[in-house]
Design a protein around this ligand. Structure first.
Ligand code: FAD
Ligand code: NAP
Length: 534
C-alpha cells in the first residue's frame, strides 16, 4: 500500500492470476505495492467470463499455480477441465491463503500511467480519481480481457437482452423459452452453444467462419489420477516446462511426420486421440503445424467426424472448416457438433451474408430479418494489445505506447518496451503467453520480474529499459520463428485480424523452452539488451 506521500515501489494493474502472483512475490520480497483491478474481485478472466459452459481447455491439474507445493497439494479439482465457478473459487482461495486482496483496490480502472524522467517515477491515475507514484509499473492486464463487441449499427435499439460472453452478468441469464441469437463460433461460443441450446426456446447461431473443435471428454476427475499426479507434481511440472506449449500432453508427440506415417496407422492414431479428447488430438506428429500436407490429414479427419456427427449434410458442410487446423487456438467442446441435430437450433452462415444491423426486434443478416429476444456476442477480444491501449501509457518524452505501437506491438521478450523504463508487461506480445498453458507462462514472467527488481535494488540501479537494438532484434526473431510455422496463415486474433483496423502482426512467441532459456540467459548476463541506470 502507499506511504503517506502516495508512493510505492510498484503498481500492479490487474488481479487475475498474473497480478495475484506478482503481488505475492513483491510483497514477500519487501517491496511496497499498490494493485488496481477494474473488476469487483480477483480472478481476471474467470471473474468476467461467466457464460454457460465456460471452462479451461488445459487440464485442471496443469491449469493451476505451481509456486507453492502446499497449495497444489491442498487444492482438490473435481473435473478434468474445471468450470468457471471452480476456477473462480480457486483464485479466491489463493487470494485468501496468501492474503493478497489487501494489496488491491477493486472496481478501480487505471486510466493513465505517465513516466516522469526527471524523477524516474511512474504516475498512475485511476477512474476513481486516485493517483499513485511508483518506481515500477507492472501491467498484469491480461491478453484476453478487453471484450470486442462489433460496431453493428442499431445495437442500442435492440429491445431484448444483449450480453457478451466476456462480460457475463454475475446473476446469470435465464434463456428459458427465449429466442436466442449467438454471434460467433470461437472457443467461447463452442462452449456456450450446447448449454444455451438446452435451455432456449430456439437458438440461432450466426457463423462467419467455422472452427475446428475437438471433444474435451470432460468428466469428474478420477481420485486416483489426482493422487498420482500430486505424488509426482514437481517432476510432472518440470517435464511440462520442456514442452513447446508447457503442456503435459505434448509429451506424447512423436518425431514422426504425419505424411510419413502409414495412412491406416495415422487414422488409428487420430481415432485414439479423438477418443482421449483435448489437445492430445494435435500432438501425435511433430510437423502438424509446419507442413500443410500433414496438417490436412488431421483437418480432413475432423471434417469426417463432423459429417458423421451432424445429421444434415448441408449443416455439416457449413460447420466444416477448410483452413489450417491449430492455426487458431483449437476449441474443445462438450457436444458442440451434436447440438446442431436439435430441432431448436439453426445455423446461419454469415460468411457472405454479413450482419447488417441490429433492430429493435432482432437482427438483419444478408437481407434476412431474424426475430430474437436475446443476443449473445461471443465475438472475442481485442487481444494482447487492446487492454494496454485502453490505458494512456506514456514513457520518455511523453511518447504514448499507442503511438509507438501504431504499426503493431514491439517489445523485448514481451517483458519490456524501449522508451518505457521500469514498465513490465506480463505475458506481453512477443512472449509465448497465449500459445502455452498460460499459468506456467505467467509464473515464469512474474519470477523473472521479481528477480530483476531485486537485482536492481541490490545494486542500486534506478531504472531498467529495453534498448532499441535488442528490441528490434527480438521482434525480427519472433516473426522469423512464426514464419516457419503455419500460424500466420489464417485470420486469427493472434494476428489481430479480428479487430477492424488493427495492424496485422503475429503477436505471440512460438516455443516456451527456448524462450525461457533466452530470458534466463539475459538475466545471467546482467540483463543483456536492457540499459540499467543508477
Ligand atoms: P486476466 O485474467 O485477463 O486478468 C487481467 C485483469 O486485469 C482483469 O481482471 C482486468 O479487469 C484487469 N485490468 C485490465 N485493465 C485494467 C485497468 N486498466 N485497470 C484495472 N484493471 C485492469 N488460458 C489457458 O492457458 N488455459 C485455459 O484453459 C484458458 N481458458 C480461457 C478461457 C477463457 C474464456 C478466456 C477468455 C481465456 C482463457 N485462457 C486460458 C487465457 C486466460 O486469459 C489466462 O489463462 C489467464 O487467466 C490470464 O491471467 P492474467 O492475470 O494474465 O489476465
Ligand atoms: P474468438 O476466438 O475470437 O471468436 C470470436 C468469434 O466471433 C469468431 O467466430 C468470429 O468470427 C466471430 N466474430 C467476431 N467479429 C464478428 C463480426 N463482426 N461478425 C460476425 N462474427 C464475428 O473469441 P473467443 O471465442 O472468445 O475466444 C478467444 C480466446 O479465448 C480463445 O482463442 C482462447 O484462447 C480463449 N478461450 C478459451 C476457452 C477454453 O476453452 N478454455 C474458452 C473461451 C475462450 P471469425 O472467425 O470470422 O473472425
Amino acid at each position: 500500500m502507499t506511504d503517506s506521500t502516495g508512493r510505492v515501489d510498484a503498481v500492479i494493474v490487474g488481479a487475475g492470476f498474473a497480478g495475484l502472483y506478482m503481488a505475492h512475490r513483491l510483497h514477500g520480497l519487501g517491496f511496497s505495492l499498490q494493485g488496481f483491478e477494474a473488476g469487483g474481485g480477483v480472478g481476471g478472466t474467470w471473474y468476467w467470463n461467466r457464460y454457460p459452459g465456460a471452462r479451461c481447455d488445459v487440464e485442471s491439474m496443469e491449469y493451476s499455480y505451481q509456486f507453492s507445493d502446499e497449495l497444489q497439494q491442498a487444492w482438490e479439482w473435481t473435473e478434468r477441465y474445471a468450470g468457471q465457478p471452480e476456477i473462480q473459487r480457486y483464485a479466491n482461495h489463493v487470494a485468501e491463503r496468501f492474503d493478497l486482496a489487501r494489496h488491491f483496490e477493486f472496481d478501480t480502472r487505471v486510466t493513465e500511467a505517465v513516466f516522469d524522467e526527471s524523477r524516474d517515477r511512474w504516475t498512475v491515475r485511476t477512474d476513481t480519481g486516485g493517483t499513485v507514484e511508483a518506481r515500477f509499473c507492472v501491467m498484469a492486464t491480461g491478453c484476453l480481457s478487453s471484450a470486442n463487441t462489433p460496431d453493428f449499427p442499431g445495437v442500442d435499439t435492440f429491445e431484448g437482452e444483449v450480453h457478451h460472453t466476456g462480460r457475463w452478468p454475475h446473476e446469470g441469464v435465464d434463456f428459458t423459452g427465449k429466442r436466442v441469437g449467438i454471434v460467433g463460433t470461437g472457443s467461447s461460443a463452442i462452449q456456450a452453444i450446447p448449454v444455451i441450446a438446452r435451455e432456449a426456446g430456439h437458438l440461432t447461431v450466426f457463423q462467419r467462419t467455422p472452427n475446428y473443435s475437438i471433444p474435451a471428454r470432460n468428466g469428474p476427475l478420477d481420485a486416483e489420477v489426482q493422487r498420482s499426479v500430486k505424488a509426482d507434481y514437481p517432476a510432472i511440472r518440470a517435464r511440462n516446462s520442456q514442452m513447446p506449449g508447457a503442456l503435459g500432453v505434448q509429451a506424447t508427440m512423436r518425431e514422426l511426420a504425419a505424411v510419413d506415417d502409414d495412412p491406416e496407422a495415422r487414422r488409428r492414431d487420430y481415432e485414439d486421440r479423438w477418443g482421449i479428447g483435448g489437445f492430445a488430438f494435435l500432438m501425435g506428429y511433430a510437423d502438424l503445424l509446419v507442413n500443410p500436407e500433414s496438417n490436412d490429414t488431421a483437418a480432413a479427419f475432423v471434417r469426417e467426424k463432423i459429417a458423421d456427427i451432424v445429421d444434415d449434410p448441408e449443416v455439416a458442410a457449413l460447420l466444416s472448416p477448410h483452413n489450417v487446423i491449430g492455426c487458431k487456438r483449437p476449441c474443445l467442446d462438450t457436444g458442440y457438433y451434436e447440438t446442431f441435430n436439435r430441432d431448436n437450433v439453426t445455423l446461419v452462415d454469415i460468411s457472405d451474408a454479413r450482419i447488417e444491423a441490429i433492430t429493435p426486434g432482432g437482427l438483419v443478416a444478408g437481407g434476412t430479418p431474424y426475430e430474437l429476444d436475446c443476443i449473445v456476442f461471443a465475438t472475442g477480444f481485442d487481444a494482447m494489445t487492446g487492454t494496454l491501449h485502453r490505458i494512456d501509457i506514456r514513457g520518455r518524452g511523453g511518447r504514448a505506447l499507442r503511438e509507438k505501437w501504431a504499426a503493431g506491438p514491439r517489445t523485448y521478450l514481451g517483458l519490456g518496451v524501449a522508451g518505457f523504463p521500469n514498465l513490465f508487461t506480463i505475458s506481453g506480445p512477443g512472449s509465448p503467453s497465449v500459445l502455452t498453458n498460460m499459468i506456467v507462462s505467467i509464473e515464469q514472467h512474474v519470477d523473472w520480474i521479481a528477480d530483476c527488481m531485486t537485482y536492481l535494488r541490490e545494486r542500486g540501479y534506478a531504472t531498467i529499459e529495453a534498448t532499441e537494438p535488442a528490441q528490434d532484434e527480438w521482434v525480427a526473431h519472433v516473426n522469423d520463428i512464426a514464419g516457419e510455422t503455419l500460424y500466420p496463415t489464417c485470420n486469427s486474433w493472434y494476428l489481430g485480424v479480428n479487430i477492424p483496423g488493427k495492424p496485422q502482426v503475429f503477436m505471440p512467441y512460438v516455443g516456451y523452452p527456448p524462450y525461457v532459456e533466452k530470458c534466463d540467459e539475459v538475466a545471467a548476463k546482467g540483463y543483456e539488451g536492457f540499459a540499467l541506470r543508477a
